[in-house]
Design a protein around this ligand. Structure first.
Ligand code: F6P
Length: 344
């Protein structure tokens, strides 16, 4: 078969490991040929392609970024976008497309499938918020980077008797904040799924202070909100899929904490460091398993599906299910934060 491959949305550690696995198994086991579309859906709209060979993917498993590059091009915002994509795919004699991306990318894959073009999806996002899979690749790497940063903040905060607020990514879900916050032994963890109670935050920091811990580490998800103060966005900017560009809650929170507690407070925003660099061993393995399963789905003719992790098994679900809603933290995860906090 002649298989098209693209990576869409924000980049994410593990994208190259998926490409590596798909191409290796496709060529070695099925005798496939591969065409890479460059910069996500933009490459399909603009017919910007590159052949993907065994030589091209040799050694890329461990690399961050994506050799196909990526973009947040929203096909459905382009007049006749879906038809244009199908025309390019047909012009390149593509039998099936594998799209590696999060909910935005997969919503386009699903639209292509609805329009009759065979496609399958691979779930990518550091945010871990894609419905229907236990884990998306890239999440483990982002959490490792954020946890290491939080570890490092402890010593500098302690040396200065300061509170340091660390803002992490995650969009409207608190998976990165919760995991890095708990693993990094933060004193306060704040997630989008629960409105921030600023008085409770200050009370926790004060309780610790009064009990000998003269410094504080607060991990806050970029999507967390302070009631009344709204959500921090980059001047109201939205991306091509209409998502608010979030950033700045860490700084706003640090200012409020300092004002209310009089503790010297600083903030740090980890930003895109969480997406850069090489994937962890876990993400290399998960990406590889996803890639192998995706090319198998293509050869089974199981189109319109997304490969997913359920427990320890790689399975698949309909794309429509994956994009129907975002996966957020629930009570069982709030209980972890609650269980570690002192009762005050
Ligand atoms: O979805 C992944 C993500 O890194 C989010 O955590 C973050 O809000 C967003 O992408 C940032 O997007 P961009 O790289 O376009 O600024």
């Amino acid at each position: 078969m002649r298989v098209g491959l693209l990576t869409g949305g924000g980049d994410c550690p593990g994208l190259n490991a998926v490409i590596h696995a798909v191409v290796k198994k496709g060529i070695n086991h099925y005798g496939d040929e591969f065409v890479g579309f460059l910069e996500g859906w933009r490459g399909v709209i603009e017919n910007n392609t590159t052949p993907l060979t065994l030589e091209k993917v040799d050694g890329i498993l461990t690399l961050g970024g994506t050799i196909l590059r990526t973009s947040r091009t929203n096909v459905r915002k382009i007049e006749g976008g879906i038809e244009k994509c199908i025309a390019t795919l047909k012009a390149n004699k593509i039998d099936a497309l594998i799209a590696i991306g999060g909910d935005d990318t997969q919503s386009v894959t699903n639209a292509l499938v609805q329009a009759g073009f065979p496609g399958v999806g691979v779930p990518k996002t550091i945010d871990n918020d894609l419905n229907g899979t236990d884990v998306t690749f890239g999440f483990d790497t982002a959490v490792s980077i954020a946890t290491e940063a939080v570890d490092r903040l402890h010593t500098t905060a302690e040396a200065h008797n300061r509170v340091i607020v660390c803002e992490v990514m995650g969009r409207d879900a608190g998976w990165i904040a919760l995991t890095a916050g708990v693993a990094g032994n933060a004193h306060v963890v704040l997630v989008p799924e629960k409105p921030i109670d600023i008085d409770h935050v200050c009370a926790l920091l004060k309780y610790n202070h009064d009990h000998g811990k003269k410094y504080g580490i607060v991990v806050v998800a970029e999507g967390a909100k302070i009631p009344g103060a709204g959500q921090a966005t980059l001047g109201g900017k939205v991306d091509s899929f209409g998502h608010a560009r979030l950033s700045g809650i860490g700084q706003a929170l640090a200012e409020l904490i300092e004002e209310k507690t009089c503790y010297e407070t600083r903030s740090v925003n980890l930003g895109h460091t969480q997406r850069g660099g090489t994937p962890t061993a876990y993400d290399r393995m998960l990406s590889t398993r996803y890639g192998l399963a995706a090319i198998d789905l293509v050869h089974e003719g199981a189109f319109g599906r997304l490969v997913v992790l359920h427990g320890t098994k790689i399975e698949s679900i309909p794309l429509a299910e994956a994009i129907s809603k975002n996966r957020q933290l629930d009570e069982s995860f709030f209980a972890i934060i609650d269980g570690l906090e002192p009762k005050i």
